[in-house]
Design a protein around this ligand. Sequence first.
Ligand code: SER
Length: 320
Amino acid sequence: MKNILVIGSVGQIGSELTLELRKRYGSSNVVAGFRSTKPTGELLESGPAEMIDATDAKLIADVVKKYKIDTIYNLAAILSAVGESKPQVAWNIGIGGLMNCLEVARENGCAVFTPSSIGAFGGGTPLDNTPQDTIMRPQTMYGVSKVAGELLSDYYYKRFGVDTRSVRYPGIISNVTLPGGGTTDYAVEIYYAAVKTGRFTCPLSAGTFLDMMYMPDAVKAAIDLMEADPDKLKHRNSFNVTAMSFDPEIISAEIKKHLPNFEMDYDVEPVKQAIADSWPNKMDDTAARQEWGWEPTWNLETMTQDMLKVIGEKHAKGLI
Ligand code: SER
């Protein structure tokens, strides 16, 4: 990776991944692609930024040629819950955008990273220790586009030799940019609510176990996979990766260790609950560990300490 384009650089993952890529590969070598929301602060000041709409192949091609891009991180997506209210948009961005990236990559010799998700599972998938290779019949547009994206990316690798790689991210917990409209967002919102008001109303029921990961590990997974020796990869699109699995009761109890007055109640949102019920409780990520050395750094305890510290500082400064 010498010259890198991040499409979706102001999103939850993009805003942190872009800065980490700039640290590792040089600020001027990492282009922050954005659509409607312009980058601000360090993201804007630390390197080049270009307007890119994933659904416009010419815009992507122009930027790839201008900066001699060799690696595209294609992060543009509509998350699962919002995707159910705008399925056509979710497909256009998820698959139309991916197809554009793959075609530009084929013509210009780029590698492509595209996140898949726990949302690719559902409809008959074994939910405990979900295997790397198993039944994938999701019932959300998010999941349908993720499975189709995995297949399309493998197709471009096998048919045209485009170096496509991907991980199936679990819920990602972070404190820089909020996620928008996902089923796992509760596990981010709970920390902000705990710090700001000491109370949280959870949209998923007690006992709903889902895989989760702290953002530094999500960023590490994306970079480590793109740096991995291709000869060792038996899979490409896409690898199960996870760091922890918990339900709302467990994360709430962990927060209570630090904020004893924290209280949580439930107001279950049926759309989110149905989605969560169809997703793995815990994935088996042995293939990622064996093929490219995946290993998470953060667990629920260490992540909770860090989240409460960072969000607490922001709150004390009046930033949130
Ligand atoms: N965080 C995503 C969502 O909840 C899952 O990949 O939609």
